[in-house]
Design a protein around this ligand. Structure first.
Ligand SMILES: [Zn+2]
Length: 445
């Protein structure tokens, strides 16, 4: 089934409908005018209804903003605020809350982040999913959902609702627990689209190739979300299955909206009807111009339960300059380069990210996942990597060699400033595949 080439414009049409704009084409200027109006309303709304924002935004009101750029004058909201002040951030009574999401603590403070959503907010998420999926799914197509599906109002459940509304045929599965079972399901259902967790879908593709490539599949396109998607993951999936991979940008704090790639795969088209995005200097907080890398900051425009003003995501990216070949007027965010908290100190003068390790290790045939630990205990710093492999024929020296080709690891290792330990475990049906955001663990004394 072919997707109409003009599909990306549908995101522009969606925003047009949201704004109630009735001319033929919408311009970026029109969208920005709408955003200014909505942001003023949001500031007034949070100051009136949330004790947290009344204090945080003291001295400001919607009137303080004459232009969209004036947003830069307002203070930020930090992940820490979601840990310590979540209830004070609410703009509705607790009885109006339909869903509470608790996000794992990062391990530094112990307190988890809490997010509250009303029924309307949940409806927005369905809307976000619908718009995103419409770029790659036609009515009647079967879509296998490899995200958590068991909780009503959870990610898989809302995606299911969105796909039903699109006229597709969604099938709930849940995260992959056994590779063989999930492959069987993908084959039996003849799903042409899947939505899944990047590392798990990669494992599925590699497993199919090495162990069960006779199983017939009808897979054509997929959306990978919930964690960083490395280039190695996309390339491997394309190489093995030939299917088209769409990256989706969203986090719980955004109500799982944010942006999606169009068929040109040149950055995420941002959901400008519901969010204002900014890129700021991670250290000074100054707003950066398009093209420069910095931290992604967003303000919600349509949330009722717990709107967020200038929320610091910790994601490092940039706005892509120029226009997308698809013709959409929506600005694009580049792929997430790193997470602010994901930069791990290797030695005195070098840092690494899980993204860098992904690009090397996930490209190795037979490697389906890995864990990485940097140990800064007294003595020489050590980078310990445990590969999860499907194949016993991997040359571990070759892997070490590949690791040493990367700038920070190679330099430190060759100088004798870093110890490198490589271990391997082989996949069995008992292996638990990771589902959360993958990180490098750090051991300190
Ligand atoms: Zn585009």
């Amino acid at each position: 089934m072919e997707i109409k080439e003009m599909a990306p414009i549908s995101l522009d049409n969606w925003i047009k409908e949201k704004i109630g704009f009735n001319t033929e084409r919408i311009s970026l200027q029109d969208i920005k005018e709408y955003q200014l109006k909505k942001i003023r309303q949001t500031i007034d709304y949070v100051c009136q209804n949330s004790t947290f924002y009344r204090k945080r935004l003291e001295g400001y009101s919607g009137q303080s903003l004459n232009r969209l750029d004036d947003l830069a004058k307002l203070p930020f909201t930090y992940p820490q605020d979601l840990r310590s002040n979540a209830l004070q951030m609410l703009c509705v009574s607790q009885s109006d809350i339909e869903r509470v999401v608790t996000l794992d603590s990062s391990g530094t403070t112990g307190e988890p982040k809490r997010l509250y959503f009303t029924a309307d907010d949940q409806g927005l998420t369905v809307d976000f999913f619908m718009q995103g999926m419409s770029l790659l799914t036609s009515p009647g197509e079967r879509v296998l959902i490899l995200l958590p599906c068991e909780r009503p109002g959870g990610i898989g459940d809302l995606l299911f609702k969105a796909l039903v509304r699109l006229g597709a045929e969604p099938i709930k599965h849940g995260p992959v627990t056994g590779l063989s079972d999930a492959l069987q399901k993908l084959s039996e259902t003849r799903a042409s689209v899947l939505v899944g967790i990047p590392i798990q879908v990669l494992a599925l593709a590699k497993y199919w190739q090495l162990k069960e490539s006779t199983i017939p599949l009808n897979l054509k396109r997929m959306v990978l979300s919930t964690d960083y998607v490395s280039q190695a993951v996309i390339q491997e999936i394309k190489r093995i299955w030939g299917s088209e991979v769409f990256r989706y940008y969203g986090m719980t704090e955004m109500g799982l909206g944010g942006g999606i790639e169009c068929r040109h795969h040149q950055g995420y088209h941002l959901y400008m009807g519901d969010f204002v995005f900014e890129i700021v200097d991670p250290l000074t907080g100054d707003v950066l111009p398009p093209g420069q890398y910095g931290e992604v900051v967003f303000t919600t425009l349509t949330r009722r339960g717990m709107p967020l003003v200038r929320y610091r995501t910790g994601d490092i990216s940039r706005f892509l300059p120029g226009n997308c070949p698809c013709g959409s007027v929506l600005p694009r965010l580049d792929n997430i380069k790193a997470r602010k908290t994901g930069m791990v100190k290797l030695t005195e003068d070098s840092f690494i990210t899980i993204a860098q390790l992904d690009e090397i290790l996930l490209a190795v045939p037979g490697v389906i996942d890995f864990t990485a630990v940097v140990s800064n205990l007294p003595g020489k710093p050590t980078l310990e990597i445990e590969l999860i492999m499907l194949d016993r024929n991997i040359d571990q020296w070759q892997v070490i060699n590949e690791l040493c080709q990367t700038e920070p690891i190679g330099r430190a290792y060759l100088k004798g400033a870093l110890k490198l330990n490589l271990k391997a475990t082989y996949y069995s049906e008992k292996t638990v595949l990771q589902t959360g955001k993958r990180t490098i663990k750090v051991l300190t004394s």
